[in-house]
Design a protein around this ligand. Sequence first.
Ligand code: GTP
Length: 251
Amino acid sequence: MKRDMYYVFILGTAGSGKTTLTKNLQDYLLDQEMDTAVINLDPAVEHLPYTPDFDVRDYVDAYEVMQNYHLGPNSSLIASIDLILTKASEIKSEIDQIEANYVLVDTPGQIELFAYRDTGRLISQLIRGNNKALGLFLLDSFLAKEARSFISLLLLSSSIKFRLDLPIINILNKIDLLTEKELEQILAWGDNAENLIDELGRLDEYSLELVNLLIESLSYNLIPMSSEEGKGFNELYAEIQRVIAGGEDYL
Ligand code: GTP
């Protein structure tokens, strides 16, 4: 019988640090003596810093799709994501061979292609099967330090949680790019909606309610990290264990 396996989907906007976190989280989990496997679901990635246990490019490669079908970069990405589904049964039987405590899934750079097309949702369900799964949503600090971008990223995270039907841990990534004061300010926004509302100035009633709701549901988890500098991994690991133990009552 197979042991318990946990699937961790690494999600976030383009360039938010998904691939780097996948590599560094795998190294961290291996240090904790957790058997860890990695799946690459990005058909367009050129270079991976880790050796994937499953690589979707063995089935669909966005550059080959671009050449074979004479498509531009965006449409070849869309076509590639959809083509993944045509290989679903082969992909599933290869992934079923993987045995590990944690399976990290590095998702495509363009989150909207993965999360908002049916293929992404179906493939993520196919991959995880009946195993427990959660998502890590990366907020890029460089964007999050502006209050309206911070809220927009939280909205994106909520939308993805809803779309993929996964509990989500929000990570404030690349904190090494922030001054101490900027970091304190973002964490204060996450702690209490009043701080964020003060920053935003005049708001209509709808926006006010939205901000309150977002921050209220966030109070559980916004993990500050710099995956490049190895900061925040203990806190992230503790939160992953908490989510796995605690069910799905998380934003
Ligand atoms: P796509 O899949 O192409 O959208 O990118 P990604 O989300 O997988 O991000 P990736 O890991 O490729 O990182 C994007 C850039 O951010 C690279 O230049 C990384 O070196 C950099 N980066 C990743 N994590 C950190 C971090 O913690 N701090 C800093 N300063 N840079 C980081």
